[in-house]
Design a protein around this ligand. Structure first.
Ligand code: WTA
Length: 647
């Protein structure tokens, strides 16, 4: 039953321009094929050549030692320090190069060179050390998107302390759970965060989270929003006061390749969040190479990844990957519509952003807000666009290409996960002919295939389970404190093969099409349909901005399709629209996929990283109470409204 029907017909294809191709790091199909073949057949040779670019403190003895499922060791015997990879190596030739062009939500801005960032990271590391933080200790980081967040991450790495960044939008309870699970002893936070002109009182959440947790000996607080905060003498320290007297000398701690660099919590569909563990050596090598090749980073690029450092995307493609490459980056504190819907494009124009990386949920919001917010901003500096986090519907992809990319920028739709550490399936922008909705081909070292439950390889275009059959350097090293769950979740479906939990198919050109999480698949009359494909058909309708489809139990067909649809501007919530949409899907995909019910709604429930929470919609569609964990939902009101529609 692992086969998923494939119903999306998308034949548009966009090869890179010769102009882009000629200047790209990887610039021909032949070069990609040769490098890819080597990365799979002789991974030791390939990754040795890549890893040599990093400043090792102690050279590694072996590149890869495969072991039992999920237990591969990378760069054994080697020692390095991730903060030295990101900072120290650039000091001699590029110390004065700008590392961060930071833009605050209220309109203030700061710029920091690599030398300045290095100095502040050293001082912060000394502050932490004086407070008793040392190698192997866990430090929770709960901060807004300000430069001090990047400093906090890198200062932990410098000492060899394991950072656990908790997204600043999470509640005190979510923070407390993560502090407990990781047994964190120190917290770095801020008085507050700006969000759409309002202050989110972060320090207050930390205080709540730490009630009855005396093990946390230090709370270091950055002053950002200047709201009043409570103070616990002995435990609480102002960031700016502590930094003042701190020494600028701090040697980076030599870390073994397999030492843990960080924990990052990710929620599964059931159970408590998992503390995904990433290593130092393999993770850094993966982040370095993928940032370089996927975003084609050059010395004069201005890279902007709009993710929050609270997610893996911010870890790998704001902090570690781009900084390992010495890139200049934009970092933005606030919301995309604060104070107006054109804020992102204003920032792109202001800093002449050349490479821009965002998420489909943001792209769909921009479409909804209207082209007028894009027009009038000079986006001619852009040369490459990226997408991550969810399948991108072809309609949103085409809009991104046309309206933001001026039909000139390649789009890299990058598939990966918190667990994979770095990008796994992606176009290489100078080589791959991109297709709207496809993340195209495996990155170097990624041996991806579509299998059924029994591990048999499925034929071209047959939807099945995505599998990664060989170890890769930035693979997760475990789940903090739960070895069994690690085995069970990722390595138990097929011996020695990684199971990411996504459905996908591969087309005749070898391009991958992600069909969504396997848990979300809908089964209508024995046909397994992917949520992605039905949603894409809906979004292709001119009156639809966003759609989420789920299955609800049906006596006749097993499951019936219920579509939650956000209509566009000026479209009424009429019965006619619902009917038109049902007919539209039937015409696009077939009668089988015709939604039994359409529900119009002005917003969909999403996680704080922007993923649609289909499992909640499933309960609503079935009219049952939700027993699921809803602590990660972005906006509780959406749920109330959707429930209200029931009655
Ligand atoms: C989904 C984010 C389709 C997928 C880096 C994956 C995608 C999960 C894409 C991981 C993409 C991410 N196309 N689906 N380009 N990128 N996903 O851990 O279901 O927040 O398993 O990591 O997001 O989400 P996570």
């Amino acid at each position: 039953m692992s086969q998923i029907e494939n119903v999306l017909h998308e034949s548009r294809s966009f090869p890179p321009s010769s102009e882009f191709r000629e200047q790209a790091h990887v610039s021909s199909e032949e070069q990609y094929q040769r490098m890819y073949a080597e990365s799979i057949e002789e991974p030791e040779v390939f990754w040795d050549r890549v890893a040599k670019n990093l400043p090792w403190i102690e050279p590694y003895q072996t590149v890869l030692e495969p072991a039992e499922a999920g237990r591969a060791r990378w760069f054994g015997g080697g020692q390095l320090n991730a903060s030295a990879v990101c900072l120290d190596q650039h000091l001699e030739h590029n110390g004065d190069k700008v590392a961060l062009l930071w833009e605050g939500e209220p309109g203030d801005s700061r710029s920091l060179t690599y030398a300045e960032l290095h100095r502040d990271v050293c001082r912060l590391a000394n502050v932490l050390r004086e407070r008793g933080v040392s190698k192997g200790d866990r430090v929770a980081i709960y901060m807004p998107m300000i430069p001090e967040l990047a400093m906090a991450v890198l200062a932990c790495a410098r000492l060899g302390a394991i950072h656990s960044v908790v997204f600043g939008g999470f509640s005190a309870q979510a923070l407390a759970d993560r502090i407990d699970d990781g047994q964190c002893q120190a917290v770095i936070t801020a008085d507050g965060a700006w969000r759409r002109g309002k202050v989110l009182p972060l320090k207050r959440e930390v205080d709540l989270a730490l009630e009855g947790r005396p093990e946390v000996h230090t709370v270091l607080t950055v002053r950002r929003t200047e709201n009043e905060v409570a103070w616990q003498e002995g435990r609480d320290v102002w960031f700016h006061e502590a930094m003042e007297g701190a020494s600028e000398e701090c040697a980076p701690e030599p870390m073994d390749s397999e030492d843990i660099l960080f924990l990052l919590y990710t929620s599964g569909s059931t159970g408590k969040p998992k503390g995904i563990m990433h290593s130092t050596g393999g993770y850094m090598v993966g982040a370095y190479l993928s940032a370089r090749y996927v975003f084609d980073l050059k010395d004069d690029d201005v890279f902007w990844c709009t993710a929050d450092v609270g997610w893996i995307t911010g870890h790998s493609y704001i902090v570690y990957g781009p900084m390992a490459n010495g890139a200049t980056q934009v970092m933005y504190e606030g919301a995309p519509n604060a104070p107006h819907e054109g804020r992102f494009w204003e920032i792109c124009a202001k800093y002449k952003v050349s490479v821009f990386y965002t998420a489909p949920t943001a792209i769909r919001a921009f479409m909804k807000w209207g082209d007028e917010h894009v027009e009038g901003h000079d986006l001619s500096s852009l040369r490459l666009l990226g997408s991550v986090g969810e399948p991108i519907n072809p309609e949103a992809w085409m809009w991104y290409r046309r309206t933001i990319g001026g039909e000139r920028c390649p789009i890299v739709d990058t598939w990966w996960q918190t667990e994979t550490g770095g990008i796994m399936l992606t176009p290489l922008p100078g080589v791959t002919a991109t297709k709207p909705g496809s993340c195209t081909r495996p990155f170097f070292g990624v041996d991806a295939a579509i299998l059924d439950e029994d591990g048999n390889r499925l034929p071209t275009n047959a939807g099945g389970l995505l599998a990664i059959r060989k170890p890769w350097p930035s693979m997760l090293r475990g789940i903090w404190g739960d070895a069994e769950r690690f085995e069970e979740t990722y390595w138990s479906k097929w011996p020695g093969v990684y199971f990411p939990g996504d459905g996908a198919r591969v087309d005749e050109d070898g391009c991958f099409w992600i069909l969504g999480r396997v848990d979300d698949v809908i089964n209508v009359s024995g046909h397994r349909l992917s949520t992605m494909e039905v949603e894409s058909a809906l979004v292709a309708h001119e009156s639809v901005v966003e759609a989420a489809v789920v299955g609800r139990p049906d006596d006749l067909t097993g499951q019936a399709i219920v579509a939650f649809v956000t209509p566009g501007k000026g479209v009424g919530t009429s019965e006619e629209l619902k009917q038109a949409l049902q007919e539209h899907v039937a015409a696009e995909i077939g009668k089988l996929a015709r939604p039994a019910e359409i529900r119009l709604t002005d917003a969909l429930p999403k996680t704080r990283s922007g993923k649609i929470m289909r499992r909640l919609l499933r309960d609503i569609a079935a009219g049952v109470e939700t027993v699921q964990d809803i602590s990660t939902i972005e906006d509780q009101d959406v749920l109330v409204k959707l429930r209200g529609d029931d009655q």
